[in-house]
Design a binder for this molecule. Structure first.
Ligand code: CU
Length: 152
């Protein structure tokens, strides 16, 4: 009788661990989100962040915030000798790789800002990934990215 009880306990523990592992789905990590301050009358603003890919590839599909009418995903590249922004459908996040959204490259574009973004303030942004689903982050408004932390 004691053996059976012990077996059942072991089975339960195993089941609990398996469920916990399935629930803690490894998702891309979003780091250091920030946005440039904007001035009165400026309709669009740029947003930047770093996405550290999880063990499986994912894609950033869209983003949403209350401070703007919509958020577009943009790329920036030279077209002849003109720097051009283009809207992209999604941003690929390869497994285990870091994707930088930064000035002069991929970025978020806050379209139809409801009020100027003031330096020192912050706002909530919801990012939607194809596999990992939604992630809410806090975007800090500042004139330039904080100095990267040194990792040894
Ligand atoms: Cu843009």
């Amino acid at each position: 009788m004691k053996t059976i009880a012990l077996l059942i306990t072991t089975a339960l523990v195993t089941l609990t661990l398996a469920t916990a592992a399935a629930r803690a789905q490894p998702a891309p990590q979003v780091e250091a989100p920030w946005a440039r301050p904007t001035v009165e009358g400026q309709a669009g603003g740029g947003g930047f962040l770093r996405i550290v890919g999880g063990p499986t590839a994912d894609r950033l599909l869209s983003a949403q915030t209350e401070v703007a009418r919509s958020v577009e995903l943009h790329s920036m590249a030279m077209d002849g000798n003109i720097m051009r922004m283009r809207q992209v459908d999604a941003i690929d996040v390869p497994a285990g790789q870091t994707v930088e959204l930064k000035p002069g490259g991929l970025h978020l574009m806050f379209m139809g800002l409801k009020a100027p973004l003031k330096a020192g303030s912050s706002f909530a942004l919801t990012l939607r990934f194809e596999k990992a689903g939604e992630q809410r982050v806090d975007v800090k408004v500042m004139t330039q990215a904080a100095a990267p932390m040194h990792k040894h």
